[in-house]
Design a protein around this ligand. Structure first.
Ligand SMILES: C[S@@+](CC[C@H](N)C(=O)[O-])C[C@H]1O[C@@H](n2cnc3c(N)ncnc32)[C@H](O)[C@@H]1O
Length: 378
Protein backbone atom coordinates (compact mmCIF):
# COMPACT_ATOMS: atom_id res chain seq x y z
CA UNK A 1 0.00 0.00 0.00
CA UNK A 2 1.34 3.44 -0.84
CA UNK A 3 0.62 6.05 1.82
CA UNK A 4 0.00 9.66 0.96
CA UNK A 5 -0.87 13.01 2.45
CA UNK A 6 -2.33 14.09 -0.83
CA UNK A 7 -3.98 17.35 -1.65
CA UNK A 8 -7.45 17.41 -3.16
CA UNK A 9 -6.91 20.67 -5.00
CA UNK A 10 -6.11 20.73 -8.68
CA UNK A 11 -2.79 19.10 -7.89
CA UNK A 12 -1.58 16.18 -9.93
CA UNK A 13 0.29 13.29 -8.38
CA UNK A 14 3.65 13.01 -10.10
CA UNK A 15 4.01 9.30 -9.99
CA UNK A 16 0.51 8.81 -11.33
CA UNK A 17 1.62 10.56 -14.48
CA UNK A 18 4.13 7.87 -15.10
CA UNK A 19 2.29 4.91 -13.73
CA UNK A 20 -1.39 5.60 -14.09
CA UNK A 21 -2.25 1.97 -13.43
CA UNK A 22 -0.94 1.99 -9.86
CA UNK A 23 -4.21 3.18 -8.49
CA UNK A 24 -5.25 0.54 -6.03
CA UNK A 25 -4.06 2.12 -2.79
CA UNK A 26 -5.64 5.52 -3.26
CA UNK A 27 -7.96 6.69 -0.56
CA UNK A 28 -6.54 4.38 2.08
CA UNK A 29 -5.86 6.02 5.44
CA UNK A 30 -2.48 5.52 7.13
CA UNK A 31 -2.58 4.65 10.77
CA UNK A 32 -0.13 6.62 12.90
CA UNK A 33 -1.32 5.46 16.23
CA UNK A 34 -3.24 8.31 17.71
CA UNK A 35 -3.40 10.38 14.51
CA UNK A 36 -4.24 9.67 10.95
CA UNK A 37 -2.78 11.29 7.89
CA UNK A 38 -5.34 10.07 5.44
CA UNK A 39 -5.82 10.57 2.05
CA UNK A 40 -7.19 10.14 -1.28
CA UNK A 41 -4.88 11.46 -3.90
CA UNK A 42 -5.22 13.12 -7.26
CA UNK A 43 -4.86 12.96 -10.35
CA UNK A 44 -7.87 14.93 -11.31
CA UNK A 45 -8.77 15.72 -14.87
CA UNK A 46 -11.90 17.77 -14.10
CA UNK A 47 -15.27 16.06 -14.35
CA UNK A 48 -18.44 18.02 -14.13
CA UNK A 49 -20.40 17.53 -10.92
CA UNK A 50 -22.82 19.17 -8.61
CA UNK A 51 -20.56 20.96 -6.17
CA UNK A 52 -23.19 22.95 -4.39
CA UNK A 53 -22.31 26.19 -6.16
CA UNK A 54 -18.60 26.13 -5.33
CA UNK A 55 -17.09 26.36 -8.80
CA UNK A 56 -14.03 24.22 -9.42
CA UNK A 57 -14.30 22.26 -6.18
CA UNK A 58 -14.99 18.55 -5.91
CA UNK A 59 -18.39 17.66 -4.53
CA UNK A 60 -18.99 17.57 -0.83
CA UNK A 61 -20.88 15.10 1.34
CA UNK A 62 -24.33 14.47 -0.11
CA UNK A 63 -23.50 16.07 -3.44
CA UNK A 64 -23.65 14.03 -6.59
CA UNK A 65 -21.33 13.77 -9.57
CA UNK A 66 -22.78 13.84 -13.04
CA UNK A 67 -21.55 11.20 -15.41
CA UNK A 68 -19.78 12.32 -18.58
CA UNK A 69 -21.61 10.22 -21.13
CA UNK A 70 -18.86 10.89 -23.72
CA UNK A 71 -16.47 8.69 -21.80
CA UNK A 72 -17.05 5.38 -23.50
CA UNK A 73 -14.19 3.23 -22.33
CA UNK A 74 -10.88 3.06 -20.49
CA UNK A 75 -8.94 4.36 -23.48
CA UNK A 76 -10.83 7.68 -23.30
CA UNK A 77 -9.84 8.02 -19.66
CA UNK A 78 -6.23 7.28 -20.51
CA UNK A 79 -6.37 9.88 -23.30
CA UNK A 80 -7.61 12.45 -20.80
CA UNK A 81 -4.83 11.61 -18.38
CA UNK A 82 -2.23 11.82 -21.13
CA UNK A 83 -3.50 15.29 -22.01
CA UNK A 84 -3.05 16.44 -18.42
CA UNK A 85 0.40 14.87 -18.26
CA UNK A 86 1.57 16.31 -21.54
CA UNK A 87 0.29 19.77 -20.54
CA UNK A 88 2.42 19.63 -17.42
CA UNK A 89 5.40 18.30 -19.34
CA UNK A 90 4.94 20.67 -22.28
CA UNK A 91 7.87 22.71 -21.07
CA UNK A 92 8.59 26.16 -22.46
CA UNK A 93 12.00 27.05 -23.91
CA UNK A 94 13.42 30.55 -23.86
CA UNK A 95 16.96 31.88 -24.26
CA UNK A 96 18.31 28.35 -24.27
CA UNK A 97 16.73 27.38 -20.95
CA UNK A 98 13.70 25.22 -20.13
CA UNK A 99 10.78 26.54 -18.04
CA UNK A 100 7.74 25.02 -16.31
CA UNK A 101 4.47 24.79 -18.24
CA UNK A 102 1.88 24.30 -15.47
CA UNK A 103 0.74 27.86 -14.59
CA UNK A 104 3.17 29.01 -17.26
CA UNK A 105 5.13 32.20 -16.60
CA UNK A 106 4.41 32.34 -12.87
CA UNK A 107 7.91 31.41 -11.83
CA UNK A 108 10.95 33.02 -13.43
CA UNK A 109 13.68 30.40 -12.94
CA UNK A 110 14.20 27.46 -15.31
CA UNK A 111 13.59 23.82 -14.39
CA UNK A 112 16.19 22.15 -16.64
CA UNK A 113 18.97 19.77 -15.57
CA UNK A 114 21.44 22.56 -14.99
CA UNK A 115 19.04 24.39 -12.69
CA UNK A 116 18.26 21.14 -10.89
CA UNK A 117 21.98 20.69 -10.20
CA UNK A 118 22.08 24.21 -8.79
CA UNK A 119 19.10 23.46 -6.54
CA UNK A 120 20.80 20.30 -5.28
CA UNK A 121 23.91 22.33 -4.49
CA UNK A 122 21.69 24.84 -2.69
CA UNK A 123 20.25 21.98 -0.66
CA UNK A 124 23.77 21.04 0.43
CA UNK A 125 24.53 24.66 1.36
CA UNK A 126 21.36 25.08 3.43
CA UNK A 127 22.23 21.89 5.28
CA UNK A 128 25.85 22.91 5.85
CA UNK A 129 24.64 26.12 7.48
CA UNK A 130 22.59 24.25 10.08
CA UNK A 131 25.08 21.46 10.68
CA UNK A 132 23.52 18.90 8.40
CA UNK A 133 19.98 19.28 9.74
CA UNK A 134 16.98 19.72 7.50
CA UNK A 135 15.07 22.20 9.63
CA UNK A 136 15.34 24.22 12.82
CA UNK A 137 11.82 23.99 14.23
CA UNK A 138 11.87 22.07 17.54
CA UNK A 139 9.80 19.08 16.42
CA UNK A 140 11.98 15.95 16.43
CA UNK A 141 9.59 13.50 14.77
CA UNK A 142 6.83 15.12 12.77
CA UNK A 143 4.30 12.56 11.53
CA UNK A 144 2.99 14.38 8.52
CA UNK A 145 5.05 16.94 6.61
CA UNK A 146 4.40 19.21 3.63
CA UNK A 147 7.24 20.71 1.57
CA UNK A 148 5.99 23.58 -0.61
CA UNK A 149 7.94 24.35 -3.82
CA UNK A 150 9.95 21.19 -3.28
CA UNK A 151 12.12 21.63 -6.42
CA UNK A 152 14.10 18.44 -7.02
CA UNK A 153 12.56 17.04 -3.84
CA UNK A 154 15.85 16.31 -2.04
CA UNK A 155 14.69 17.87 1.21
CA UNK A 156 11.48 15.80 1.21
CA UNK A 157 13.27 12.58 0.20
CA UNK A 158 15.98 12.92 2.84
CA UNK A 159 13.42 13.63 5.56
CA UNK A 160 11.39 10.60 4.49
CA UNK A 161 14.55 8.47 4.55
CA UNK A 162 15.56 9.64 8.01
CA UNK A 163 12.03 9.25 9.43
CA UNK A 164 10.50 6.16 7.81
CA UNK A 165 7.36 6.51 9.94
CA UNK A 166 6.73 10.03 8.66
CA UNK A 167 4.57 10.84 5.64
CA UNK A 168 6.11 13.56 3.49
CA UNK A 169 4.48 15.26 0.55
CA UNK A 170 6.25 17.73 -1.74
CA UNK A 171 4.43 20.02 -4.15
CA UNK A 172 5.80 22.07 -7.02
CA UNK A 173 4.84 23.66 -10.34
CA UNK A 174 7.34 21.35 -12.06
CA UNK A 175 7.31 17.52 -12.01
CA UNK A 176 11.09 17.31 -11.76
CA UNK A 177 11.33 15.05 -8.71
CA UNK A 178 12.92 11.60 -9.08
CA UNK A 179 9.82 9.48 -8.48
CA UNK A 180 11.82 6.37 -9.42
CA UNK A 181 13.87 6.51 -6.21
CA UNK A 182 11.47 8.24 -3.90
CA UNK A 183 10.90 6.38 -0.61
CA UNK A 184 7.44 4.91 -0.19
CA UNK A 185 6.60 7.37 2.60
CA UNK A 186 7.22 10.35 0.32
CA UNK A 187 5.23 11.54 -2.65
CA UNK A 188 5.11 14.51 -4.98
CA UNK A 189 2.34 16.45 -6.66
CA UNK A 190 2.24 19.22 -9.20
CA UNK A 191 0.41 22.03 -7.46
CA UNK A 192 0.43 25.80 -7.15
CA UNK A 193 1.09 26.87 -3.57
CA UNK A 194 -0.73 30.12 -4.32
CA UNK A 195 -3.99 28.35 -5.13
CA UNK A 196 -6.41 27.26 -2.43
CA UNK A 197 -5.04 24.22 -0.60
CA UNK A 198 -7.77 21.61 -0.52
CA UNK A 199 -6.22 18.86 1.53
CA UNK A 200 -8.93 16.46 2.61
CA UNK A 201 -8.25 17.01 6.29
CA UNK A 202 -7.44 20.51 7.37
CA UNK A 203 -5.07 20.69 10.24
CA UNK A 204 -3.20 17.46 9.77
CA UNK A 205 0.41 18.56 9.14
CA UNK A 206 2.91 18.70 11.98
CA UNK A 207 5.46 20.56 9.90
CA UNK A 208 5.09 22.70 6.79
CA UNK A 209 8.35 23.72 5.18
CA UNK A 210 9.23 25.97 2.26
CA UNK A 211 12.74 26.89 1.15
CA UNK A 212 13.97 29.42 -1.39
CA UNK A 213 10.45 30.60 -2.26
CA UNK A 214 11.08 34.36 -2.13
CA UNK A 215 10.46 35.61 -5.64
CA UNK A 216 7.88 32.84 -6.16
CA UNK A 217 4.99 34.05 -4.02
CA UNK A 218 2.88 37.15 -4.65
CA UNK A 219 0.69 36.94 -1.55
CA UNK A 220 2.67 35.86 1.50
CA UNK A 221 -0.07 36.66 4.05
CA UNK A 222 -2.40 34.29 2.16
CA UNK A 223 0.26 31.57 2.08
CA UNK A 224 0.90 32.03 5.82
CA UNK A 225 -2.84 31.79 6.51
CA UNK A 226 -3.10 28.58 4.49
CA UNK A 227 -0.11 27.11 6.31
CA UNK A 228 -1.75 28.00 9.62
CA UNK A 229 -5.05 26.39 8.63
CA UNK A 230 -3.38 23.20 7.43
CA UNK A 231 -1.23 22.65 10.52
CA UNK A 232 -2.48 20.76 13.51
CA UNK A 233 -2.47 22.78 16.74
CA UNK A 234 1.14 22.73 18.00
CA UNK A 235 2.50 22.15 14.47
CA UNK A 236 5.34 24.23 13.02
CA UNK A 237 5.78 26.32 9.90
CA UNK A 238 9.36 26.93 8.73
CA UNK A 239 10.68 29.16 5.95
CA UNK A 240 14.31 29.00 4.87
CA UNK A 241 15.50 31.82 2.62
CA UNK A 242 18.53 33.59 1.29
CA UNK A 243 18.58 37.33 0.74
CA UNK A 244 19.37 38.73 -2.68
CA UNK A 245 21.33 41.58 -1.09
CA UNK A 246 25.08 41.20 -1.26
CA UNK A 247 27.09 42.68 1.59
CA UNK A 248 30.53 42.94 3.17
CA UNK A 249 31.57 43.92 6.69
CA UNK A 250 34.43 45.99 5.29
CA UNK A 251 34.05 48.37 2.39
CA UNK A 252 35.00 45.88 -0.34
CA UNK A 253 31.36 45.64 -1.45
CA UNK A 254 31.86 49.13 -2.91
CA UNK A 255 34.34 47.68 -5.41
CA UNK A 256 31.76 45.14 -6.60
CA UNK A 257 30.09 47.69 -8.86
CA UNK A 258 28.54 45.26 -11.35
CA UNK A 259 27.38 42.87 -8.63
CA UNK A 260 25.62 45.63 -6.72
CA UNK A 261 24.01 46.97 -9.87
CA UNK A 262 22.88 43.45 -10.77
CA UNK A 263 21.39 42.75 -7.33
CA UNK A 264 19.53 46.10 -7.34
CA UNK A 265 18.12 45.49 -10.81
CA UNK A 266 17.09 41.95 -9.90
CA UNK A 267 15.28 43.11 -6.81
CA UNK A 268 13.53 45.89 -8.76
CA UNK A 269 12.56 43.49 -11.55
CA UNK A 270 11.17 40.94 -9.08
CA UNK A 271 9.07 43.69 -7.51
CA UNK A 272 7.72 44.66 -10.91
CA UNK A 273 7.03 40.99 -11.57
CA UNK A 274 4.88 41.07 -8.41
CA UNK A 275 6.95 38.58 -6.39
CA UNK A 276 9.68 40.53 -4.61
CA UNK A 277 12.76 38.48 -3.81
CA UNK A 278 13.61 40.62 -0.78
CA UNK A 279 10.28 39.76 0.85
CA UNK A 280 12.02 37.22 3.04
CA UNK A 281 13.03 39.93 5.52
CA UNK A 282 9.33 40.33 6.34
CA UNK A 283 8.66 36.65 7.06
CA UNK A 284 9.06 36.86 10.81
CA UNK A 285 6.52 39.66 11.27
CA UNK A 286 4.17 38.07 8.78
CA UNK A 287 4.25 34.82 10.71
CA UNK A 288 3.37 36.69 13.90
CA UNK A 289 0.59 38.55 12.09
CA UNK A 290 -0.78 35.20 10.85
CA UNK A 291 -1.19 34.00 14.45
CA UNK A 292 1.95 31.89 14.90
CA UNK A 293 3.60 31.96 18.32
CA UNK A 294 7.17 31.31 19.52
CA UNK A 295 8.34 32.74 16.20
CA UNK A 296 12.11 32.56 15.86
CA UNK A 297 14.39 33.98 13.21
CA UNK A 298 17.94 32.73 12.84
CA UNK A 299 20.12 34.67 10.43
CA UNK A 300 23.49 33.45 9.17
CA UNK A 301 26.10 35.16 7.01
CA UNK A 302 27.17 32.94 4.16
CA UNK A 303 30.40 33.98 2.42
CA UNK A 304 30.88 33.93 -1.34
CA UNK A 305 34.34 32.57 -1.98
CA UNK A 306 37.12 31.15 0.10
CA UNK A 307 38.11 34.45 1.71
CA UNK A 308 37.15 33.61 5.35
CA UNK A 309 39.87 32.24 7.57
CA UNK A 310 37.67 29.77 9.37
CA UNK A 311 37.87 26.37 7.65
CA UNK A 312 34.18 25.63 7.85
CA UNK A 313 33.25 29.03 6.44
CA UNK A 314 35.88 28.60 3.74
CA UNK A 315 34.22 25.37 2.66
CA UNK A 316 30.77 26.96 2.79
CA UNK A 317 32.07 29.94 0.79
CA UNK A 318 33.51 27.67 -1.90
CA UNK A 319 30.13 25.99 -2.46
CA UNK A 320 28.25 29.28 -2.29
CA UNK A 321 30.56 30.93 -4.82
CA UNK A 322 29.97 28.08 -7.25
CA UNK A 323 26.23 28.25 -6.59
CA UNK A 324 26.25 32.02 -7.22
CA UNK A 325 28.17 31.61 -10.48
CA UNK A 326 25.53 29.10 -11.58
CA UNK A 327 22.74 31.43 -10.41
CA UNK A 328 23.79 34.45 -12.45
CA UNK A 329 22.35 33.26 -15.76
CA UNK A 330 19.00 31.80 -14.62
CA UNK A 331 18.25 34.73 -12.29
CA UNK A 332 19.11 37.25 -14.97
CA UNK A 333 17.63 35.80 -18.15
CA UNK A 334 13.89 35.82 -17.59
CA UNK A 335 13.67 38.89 -15.35
CA UNK A 336 15.94 41.08 -17.50
CA UNK A 337 14.30 40.08 -20.78
CA UNK A 338 10.65 39.71 -19.77
CA UNK A 339 10.46 42.49 -17.19
CA UNK A 340 13.31 44.96 -17.79
CA UNK A 341 13.39 44.39 -21.57
CA UNK A 342 17.18 44.36 -21.81
CA UNK A 343 18.86 43.19 -25.00
CA UNK A 344 20.74 39.88 -25.03
CA UNK A 345 24.00 41.72 -25.66
CA UNK A 346 23.62 44.01 -22.63
CA UNK A 347 22.59 41.05 -20.47
CA UNK A 348 25.65 39.03 -21.50
CA UNK A 349 27.97 41.95 -20.78
CA UNK A 350 26.47 42.53 -17.32
CA UNK A 351 26.61 38.82 -16.49
CA UNK A 352 30.32 38.69 -17.42
CA UNK A 353 31.06 41.65 -15.14
CA UNK A 354 29.02 40.12 -12.31
CA UNK A 355 30.93 36.85 -12.54
CA UNK A 356 34.23 38.76 -12.52
CA UNK A 357 33.20 40.51 -9.28
CA UNK A 358 32.19 37.20 -7.73
CA UNK A 359 35.57 35.68 -8.57
CA UNK A 360 37.59 38.61 -7.23
CA UNK A 361 39.34 37.20 -4.13
CA UNK A 362 39.91 40.71 -2.75
CA UNK A 363 36.18 41.19 -2.15
CA UNK A 364 34.84 39.87 1.17
CA UNK A 365 31.29 39.31 0.12
CA UNK A 366 28.47 37.47 1.80
CA UNK A 367 24.69 37.24 1.81
CA UNK A 368 22.34 36.43 4.66
CA UNK A 369 20.33 33.25 5.04
CA UNK A 370 17.24 33.29 7.27
CA UNK A 371 15.55 30.39 9.05
CA UNK A 372 12.18 31.56 10.35
CA UNK A 373 9.85 29.23 12.19
CA UNK A 374 6.72 29.55 14.27
CA UNK A 375 4.19 27.33 16.03
CA UNK A 376 0.45 27.18 15.65
CA UNK A 377 -0.95 27.56 19.17
CA UNK A 378 -2.51 24.48 20.83
C1 LIG B 1 14.36 28.25 -5.77
S1 LIG B 1 13.47 26.79 -6.00
C2 LIG B 1 13.65 25.99 -4.43
C3 LIG B 1 13.38 24.53 -4.51
C4 LIG B 1 13.51 23.77 -3.18
N1 LIG B 1 12.59 24.27 -2.18
C5 LIG B 1 14.91 23.82 -2.68
O1 LIG B 1 15.17 24.50 -1.70
O2 LIG B 1 15.77 23.17 -3.29
C6 LIG B 1 11.80 27.30 -5.96
C7 LIG B 1 10.86 26.18 -6.34
O3 LIG B 1 9.52 26.64 -6.11
C8 LIG B 1 8.72 26.21 -7.17
N2 LIG B 1 7.60 27.15 -7.25
C9 LIG B 1 7.62 28.44 -7.64
N3 LIG B 1 6.42 28.99 -7.51
C10 LIG B 1 5.59 28.02 -7.04
C11 LIG B 1 4.21 27.95 -6.72
N4 LIG B 1 3.43 29.04 -6.87
N5 LIG B 1 3.72 26.80 -6.27
C12 LIG B 1 4.50 25.70 -6.13
N6 LIG B 1 5.82 25.69 -6.42
C13 LIG B 1 6.35 26.84 -6.87
C14 LIG B 1 9.61 26.23 -8.39
O4 LIG B 1 9.13 25.41 -9.42
C15 LIG B 1 10.93 25.76 -7.80
O5 LIG B 1 11.06 24.38 -7.88
Amino acid sequence: MRPSCANQSDAIAIEAMDDASDDTSRGAPMDYGSRQCALPQSPRPQTSHNNGGRPGLPPGEGESMQVDSDIADASTTMDDLSTVVSTIRNYQYENGRRYHSYRQGQYFLPNDEREQDRLDLGHHIFKLIINGDLYRAPIPEPQCVLDLGTGTGLWAIELADILPGTQVIGTDLSPIQPWWWTPSNCRFEVDDAESEWLFPERGKFDLIHARGMSGSIADWPKLMAQAYDNLRPGGWFELQEYETLIMSDDDTINQAVALRQWADLLNNASEKFGKPMLDCVKHRQRMIDAGFVDVQQETYKVPMGTWPKDRRLKELGRYQLYQMLEAVEPFTLALFTRVLRWSQEDIQQLMDRVRADLCNPKLHLYSRFHFVYGRKPE
